[in-house]
Write a protein that binds this ligand. Structure first.
Ligand SMILES: [Zn+2]
Length: 454
């Protein structure tokens, strides 16, 4: 029996070349994106306090190494170290970033000692630059407010006590698990962008406690951090069913923030009762919107989506003036309380913003867990300090990658069966087997162009 190698068709070859060119552009667009949005990136990294006695590497090289562990979606330190043994990979890496890639053990030693505030403050500076450059201004709610979703997630869990700050949960069978959760304030945009603005770890002070730390206690700390980092930013807090309470309303009012918070059945009973009563009086507070959707390719039939909003204004809840909105769409019902004034003009946007919170799950945490960033991987088994620094490095890398994807209009390719995962696999292959043209890149970096996010 003879074996034959199947010939590639012309079409296959053409589309392969297309991907190759796309990947080459993608490689160049990473340093270009960093330089465009954050021109002082390297200098600011270099300013971070160096706790090492001596090392052959600059602090910026080590920190950028940690960020690149996530930027390239390596998934583990070991995997990145394997790439390091490849001469062409190292040469291309240096050409792209003008920095060397250190061994991940050296990076890890540094991250064990680095204060987590350092990378967090560095990230804050990056976001301030995006805001100053008005990169995301076009997506503000009512042309004014930046929507900030509050959400918690689990990072690592262990079957044995990992450190004195672990949260613990004991099941009915008597088995105890130890874990670390984090609470995030994320800027969310309708185009899917989700950028971490502030991070607060939910953790106990030590093993002796009356009551464990929890999300609402962490929100109090997170809000202080958010206010300190962005004191004048007009913010609209978007929270889930855990957040409609007096303390949260008070924190928002004190900070001059607006809020849109999910109200579940059973939450704020007096508000529900008043809303039901007032519904009979405020009958004019209604809006029905019909959206014509693109015809489905199967039936060619025009599809119509009907959305019904109904709202009640100025319900007094323990001294806080709340507005209440109920939206029905696709057989689902959503209820929110908000500090924002609801009118026929604003109802749709307010309800949409409340539902946008799910973006944080879909585009933010979900991407960080399953999109190659491996949020739940134990990058450090032993050091909580290093874990927190890896987490910050991940947030920075995720922000840069999202800017690359939106700036390079890559989303249009994803519809054509090229997935983001495939593109990143090809990117790593390019760095190993391809050639970064240093001269071309230098010119590209010096050219002033406008990067617009889509
Ligand atoms: Zn622990």
């Amino acid at each position: 029996m003879s074996h034959s190698i199947p010939y590639k068709s012309k079409d296959t070859e053409k589309s392969e070349n297309k991907v190759k060119n796309l990947v080459k552009d993608l490689a160049n667009s990473i340093p270009k994106t960093i330089k465009h949005f954050f021109p002082r990136f390297k200098q600011e990294l270099q300013k971070i306090e160096d706790h090492r006695k001596k090392s052959g590497y600059e602090i910026s090289e080590l920190l950028f190494g940690a960020i690149n562990l996530f930027l390239f979606k390596k998934g583990s330190r070991n995997s990145f170290n394997n790439d390091r043994s490849d001469h062409d990979f190292m040469s291309n890496y240096e050409k792209l970033f003008g920095m060397r890639l250190p061994h991940m053990d050296t990076v890890n030693d540094m991250l064990e000692k680095l204060k987590p505030e350092e990378l967090e403050n560095f990230r804050t500076k990056m976001i301030r630059e995006l805001i100053e450059k008005k990169v995301v201004h076009q997506w503000r709610l009512q042309g004014k407010y930046f929507r900030v979703a509050i959400d918690g997630t689990g990072v690592n869990s262990y079957s044995e006590r990992h450190c004195e700050k672990c949260l613990t949960r004991t099941s009915k069978s008597g088995k105890t698990i130890y874990f670390h959760n984090v609470l995030e304030a994320k800027l969310v945009l309708p185009n899917g962008l989700a950028i971490s603005l502030a991070t607060e770890w939910i953790e106990n002070e030590d093993t002796e406690y009356d009551k464990q730390d929890c999300e609402l206690k962490a929100f109090d700390r997170l809000s202080k951090k958010l206010k300190k980092s962005f004191p004048r930013l007009p913010i609209c807090i978007v929270g889930d069913g855990l957040y409609p309470n007096k303390t949260v309303f008070g924190i928002c009012e004190k900070n001059n923030w607006e809020y849109i918070i999910t109200l579940k059945n059973g939450n704020l009973r007096s508000v529900w009762e008043e809303a039901e009563l007032l519904m009979l009086l405020q009958k004019e507070n209604k809006l029905e919107v019909t959206t014509i959707l693109r015809p489905s390719s199967a039936t060619k039939k025009k599809q119509v989506k009907k959305t019904k909003h109904q709202w009640i204004t100025e319900i007094n809840y323990k001294g806080h003036i709340l507005n209440w909105i109920k939206t029905e769409e696709d057989g689902k019902k959503y209820v929110f309380v908000t500090s924002l004034k609801i009118t026929k003009k604003t109802a749709t946007q307010i309800s949409f913003s409340g539902r946008l919170r799910w973006k944080i799950e879909n585009e933010g945490f979900n991407d960080q867990k399953n999109g190659g960033y491996e949020l739940k991987h134990k990058y450090s088994e032993v050091s909580l300090n290093a874990t927190k620094n890896y987490y910050q490095a991940l947030q920075i890398a995720h922000m840069i990658n999202q800017l690359v994807v939106l700036g390079q209009k890559l989303k249009s390719y994803f519809k054509k069966k090229i997935t983001i995962k495939h593109l990143w696999t090809e990117l790593l292959a390019f760095l190993k087997y391809g050639f970064v043209d240093g001269e071309y890149l230098k010119q590209l970096l010096e050219t002033r162009i406008q990067i617009r996010l889509e």
